[in-house]
Design a protein around this ligand. Structure first.
Ligand code: DON
Length: 343
């Protein structure tokens, strides 16, 4: 089916960030304001994650110009977890085109928890969207590669290109999650029973578990996000990772589903497509401008990092990133003489 975007040349919505000094100052201020907020609790359902120091906090802003602002523990490495779903989705869309992936995985919010089994049953086996575990498993199964080892290598190199450096597997996290992920295995088998996964479901879970165990830091998250903000070109390395259309589609999916069943609330409060992970990372993307990567392990009841949410909300507002915000043109520039508003 031909869509409007195939027929009409694309305009882009951009704008620009404040000057470098101002962004630097606001990134520092975001860190200072929330570094003593001790609300929330670290995730423990993957046993090894419980061992993290809850006081860690890093804030990073990466601009599409390639400038990077780092405050706090931005080099502390943690497993990327669910944030990988956004970037694997982009790689799979790049490979297959978004219509195939839309049909196979979907783009709508389930309104249920990220690891819900009942959501699959309620939707006749359709995973609904790539940011919940069912949809992420169906998406990972679509990664190119003649073997599972090759699929995994393509995930790793693909995410590394987004980050602009070679990402490595955290073996301890991988083993800890592999030993306790019966629920993901059940979801994968359920998808198989509905014909939504053609490959061996347990092997797909293994590739997915590895992808979640890739080590990143807050700076990586910001650069990965800034690549999506920059039409698919990594602004630090200059490498094209995915197409501009794939970025647009990925950001639309993140806006509606990236923060799980809190996606509406997040969009209302912060106004940016974003993705969070259970280790305490958040990446929020401002199309045409840049991205914010935060890391702090204490999570709110919805599973989003408390300090990360506060810092992102502050920066979205202070840097003017909310994609829904506008100022009246007439108030800012005046209506030209002789031009009247129609009633
Ligand atoms: O599949 C899982 O449960 C984890 N590997 C990822 C969970 C996650 O990050 C969800 N986050 N909010």
């Amino acid at each position: 089916m031909k869509t409007v975007s195939d027929e009409v040349e694309q305009e882009v919505s951009t704008g620009s960030l404040p000057a470098w000094d101002r962004v630097e100052e606001l990134a520092r201020s975001a860190h200072a304001r929330f570094r003593h907020d001790d609300e929330g609790a670290v995730a423990t359902y993957i046993p090894v994650l419980a061992e993290v120091d809850p006081a860690l906090f890093g804030v990073c802003v990466a601009e599409v110009s390639g400038a990077v602002h780092e405050v706090g523990e931005t080099s502390y490495e943690f497993s990327v977890q669910s944030i990988s779903k956004a970037f694997v989705y982009a790689l799979v869309c790049e490979e297959h085109g978004h219509e195939v992936v839309r049909e196979r995985v979907g783009v709508d919010n389930t309104g249920l928890a990220f690891n819900s089994v009942i959501a699959v049953e309620l939707n006749d086996g359709h995973p609904m969207n790539p940011m919940v575990n069912a949809g992420a498993l169906a998406t990972t199964a679509l990664m190119p590669g003649a073997s599972f080892a090759e699929q995994w290598e393509n995930v790793r190199t693909g995410l590394s290109r987004f980050a602009g450096r070679q990402l490595e597997l955290d073996g301890e996290v991988y083993r800890s999650e592999s030993a306790t992920n019966a629920r993901n295995k059940a979801i994968a088998r359920l998808l198989q029973s509905y014909g939504r996964i053609d490959l061996d479901p347990l092997e797909v879970v293994d590739v997915y578990t590895r992808q979640c165990a890739l080590r990143v830091d807050a700076r990586d998250l910001a650069v990965m996000g800034a690549t999506l903000a920059d039409g698919g070109v990594n602004p630090v390395t200059g490498e094209r990772v995915v197409s501009a259309q794939v970025c647009r589609d990925t950001l639309a999916v993140l806006a509606s589903t990236g923060m799980y069943e809190r996606s509406g609330e997040w969009l209302f409060e912060i106004g940016l497509p974003a993705k969070s992970g259970v280790t305490g990372g958040i990446v929020a993307i401002a199309p045409g401008k840049g991205a914010i990567g935060t890391f702090s392990p204490r999570l709110d009841p919805a599973g989003n990092s408390v300090r990360g949410r506060h810092a992102t909300a502050y920066l979205s507002r202070a840097l003017g990133l909310n994609i829904f915000a506008s100022a009246a043109q007439a108030a800012a520039t005046g209506v030209p003489d002789g031009v009247e508003h129609s009633a």
